[in-house]
Unconditional design. Sequence first.
Length: 305
Amino acid sequence: MPEPFRKPPAAAPVWISGSCWKEIEATGTDAFLVAWSPRLRLERWGTFLRAIASQPVPLPCEASLLTPPADCRWKPRQVIWQAENDRTALHLAGGEWTTEVRELGLRYGIDLTPGTAPGLFPDQRENRVFLRSLRPRSLLNLFAHTCAFGLLAASTGATTLNIDNSARALGRGRDNFRRNRLDGENHRFWQEDVRKALPRLLRRGETFEGIILDPPTFAHGGRGRSFRIERELEPMLAVCLRLLSPRGSLLVSVNQSGTHRWKLDQLVRSALHREKIRARLEPSRHPPEVPGTRMPAGVWVIRED
Ligand SMILES: C[S@@+](CC[C@H](N)C(=O)[O-])C[C@H]1O[C@@H](n2cnc3c(N)ncnc32)[C@H](O)[C@@H]1O
């Protein structure tokens, strides 16, 4: 893998190298982080370039900050400028908010309206590549969001169960399945609190060859209890291990600044010990263009019995 950045990130965003750009595109992907600094990150979403400033700052004084280097051979048709967590954004070129992008040859609907989740987490792309190599015949996609892991598994022939408590996110997930002509009775979408669905799956005796456990750090519980990762992770992990088929694989991914990989490994090893399951742990995968500091802590648990 070539060096992803041209030089270490400094105040102005540093673009990924031309070779890294080509390598990502060659995977059938046109949604990825293209330039980064602690102050400003630039994301490509198909034909869109979105600039996100970490603090409310005036428009970049130098237009060159937003111009892709010549060796990328790409010119955005729409350019959006936004401050992180701001409810408004500005079009510097074009006027639309929605588009369609590709990741690993699959198509996703994207919505860049401020205050809306775009609909894809590119930092999980390499974990989806790994999932593709595992070829599970069944996938349980917990906290499915717009179902990217489910869609990937479906594309290699798996049956999928996608669970998320947001009707909107799941609706977008279903649309993504339709977009890729992968909808049908092999794919289930449950709009439900994962904490309620897991015990039911256990009672029903369902098992899965692949499980994705990618929860938020915190979420309001709607009418139920709020979701806090520190409290919920351990019990969910225990149930996931019981739902995992022999030789199955589970991804545990935690996006919380205080959770480091070693802490997660420890938690997983204790759970494996309690459940008397033999498994090897592998680090979760990391796209070359995403700085390590922006990655969630993650581990693949691969059952060996
Ligand atoms: C970080 S996103 C998951 C990203 C997803 N794995 C992906 O790669 O696209 C977290 C998701 O969890 C959902 N969520 C939050 N609390 C939940 C709960 N208690 N039960 C089910 N889903 C929940 C949110 O609606 C959101 O879609």
